[in-house]
Design a protein around this ligand. Sequence first.
Ligand code: NAP
Length: 475
Amino acid sequence: METYKLFINGKWQDADTCEVLYSPFEQDEIGCIPVAGSEETHLAISAAEEAFSSYAALPAYVKSDILSNVATLLKEQREPAARLIAIEAGKPLSAAREEVSRAIMTYTLSAEEARRLPSEQLNMDAVPGGERKTAYVKRKPYGVVGAITPFNFPFNLVAHKIGPAIAAGNTVILKPASQTPLSAFFIADLFHKAGLPDGVLNVITGKGHTTGMQLVRDPRVKIITFTGSEQVGKQLQMEAYEKKLILELGSNSAVIIGDDVDVKQISSKLVKGAFGYQGQVCISVQRIFVQKKNYRSLLKALKQEAEEQVKGSPLDEAVTVSSIISAKEADRIETWVQEAVEKGAEAITQPKREGNIIQPVILTQTTPDMSVNAEEVFGPIVTVEPFETWEEAVQMVNQSRYELQAGVFTNRMDDAFYAAEAIEAGGVHINEIPTYRADHMPYGGVKNSGTGREGVKYAIEEMTARKLITFQSLP
Ligand code: NAP
């Protein structure tokens, strides 16, 4: 078994201790992962702080070229990268390959945006006193960015943080999820090979509440960009009140389907949205509201598709559903399904568990207060409920303390516009599932789903401060 090292100031360094990492499906030992103590975390922050001014001063084209090199190297390493995701995150290979392709795109977009950091010129004579003044606004990097990432997209969600941070001239300390550190080491190696100066990217591993929290509390770290659960997000809000905080949190995404839609045409999409990567996606389809006429036909179509999913090892090419990230999470999901059934929900597909694999479950006759609706399930569970009017459907969608994105299926323009305007969410997709995400679009939540936006250009805006410069021409 390989013992991995921390990546600090351009060098691979041992930690005093390491912890064995197990694969979610086979429970194989896949490596011993260094635990960064307080000294190593301190060193990583010092390295990032020292590297900042010289890195920020580099021309845009140099930063852009480094990010382009990373995209090229990742293209060459596409297959090993996908296998790594499958092994450490239990993501079926086909989905892991999709993730790597998206990460390549995220680094490519970052390279492009590095060349065109936003700037603005102001017409100062728009107000009295502005005569003979010229003014412009530049974007300046903040300094050291602490990036804390979840387990579910270990390549692309890391790319959404370090790509824009590095494009904008910041330096970074990345603390990946404890379950998925290998992808982070893999990408650090590619950045090193791509010519990134020492200290600009550092990777430290260890537990969130110790190593992660040290990053959050250190005053030298100017921004915390966090993707993860609402629960941890809340903790960070209390701890990081003195710094800029970008929070990309969870959701229980909803879909509305009108009675004018042929449900057979969209059932595959819905099933992929609900059960893809075992539902462990922040914008998984979790709550479906369908207009009454389509209710029974939708349940039938979903049941058939759900039962056709192939369960097994993430490394098996045919598999679409593999294990939940841990036994603890699988237990929690099972309990929530049982609780719903005990309170009167009907299971359209029978709940069944083999090891840590939970078969896709479709529930109906649920109520909004059940955990399967009120909370983020983060598992292969979807609820389906009928509605009569669009006002009622939108109200049901909005009856949530979250919302990242929602999906609406109808060909009636009025209903589509009404839903698009009235749904409270970071994004609304018409005739698309909420699970849709392109890496250049603004992406983030409202309510308890977070603050700030990712999507390379938008993340760069979050990770830079506006600086105003004015010139007065003397008479
Ligand atoms: P998590 O348990 O909140 O962990 C996320 C990261 O935070 C991990 O690196 C974790 O480290 C670290 N962490 C935990 N406690 C911490 C603390 N007290 N201080 C600082 N860091 C801490 O989330 P997860 O289970 O990995 O991921 C699933 C969640 O992420 C879901 O809620 C999902 O919706 C959300 N998510 C959101 C988006 C989005 O874009 N909005 C995208 C993907 C996922 P350890 O692993 O060591 O605990």
